[in-house]
Design a binder for this molecule. Sequence first.
Ligand code: ATP
Ligand code: MG
Length: 305
Amino acid sequence: MEVMRLVILSRQPALYSTRVLVEAALARGHQADVLDTLQFDIQVSKRNPELFYQGQPVGHVDAVIPRIGASITFFGLAVVRQFEMLGVYCVNESQAIARSRDKLRCLQILSRHDIGMPPTVYTRQAEHVPSCIERVDGPPVVVKLLEGTQGIGVVLAESTPAAASVIEAFHGLEQNILIQKFIRESNGSDIRAVVVGRRVVAAMRRQAVAGEFRSNIHRGGKSKKIRLPADYRKTAQAAARVLGLRVAGVDMIESKDGPMVMEVNSSPGLEGIQKTTGVDVAEAIIEHIERELRPPAHRAAPASV
Ligand SMILES: Nc1ncnc2c1ncn2[C@@H]1O[C@H](COP(=O)(O)OP(=O)(O)OP(=O)(O)O)[C@@H](O)[C@H]1O
Ligand SMILES: [Mg+2]
């Protein structure tokens, strides 16, 4: 394998996920630059897309690993897209990141495929709420902010009036919400499977603290390495494939009807999964890039003209 110049798009070089990616790249003999997504200038003119970093042409790049935070999605996606315009291999493409970034769009796309998910309704109409709750077998129901993370904005509403008042409050704050069937039998746990290429490389179960239904580590949840049953592995792989993600963190809940995908993350955090499972996910990502960029052995070299 020839030495590659890898660019990790990240605003936080000191972050665990960024550091292990750099370490894995260097360990395999590559060059790895952590470039701050917001320091790029995107320039376009006739037949000539260009990209400048801190005012200088970005130069030759073999592959890009985007780690785009939610707060800079718009510009971050534009930078990834510009690398694509320049013909640079991006581990996750801008379109795929955009699909997963929006929880509604993500579940809409997955819903055309044989991929389990909790029945979910999106509504903007307060007067539709009681019938929406019934259609997802509630109450109780889970009400979620479309933009929430770390379990913030995820509420278990025990009754229809309780759900209605939570939804009214969220709508009053101009927040989009979803109403989701409460999967009681998951018992406050969920599964995170990390997909690299077409394979699940690591999986863990997160368990909420007693009396809490949200398993987020930020809410005190504990994680444990697991061996993923085949149906969960297939669901995670299918979700990543349908969204076009080559690196993905697929969050699934265990229901009596099998795996249900709650969410798919295009920049899964590496610290929790690596420390819990002992799997070097960063190395798997670098190896995946090597495989993708290696010229296929069976194809003859293009004839020179
Ligand atoms: N429909 C549901 N039924 C039962 N438990 C649920 C359901 N939805 C979510 N939970 C629990 O609540 C936790 C948080 O929900 P979710 O992952 O949807 O939001 P979040 O973690 O705030 O968002 P993000 O994953 O985008 O950071 C889940 O990990 C799961 O343990
Ligand atoms: Mg979550």
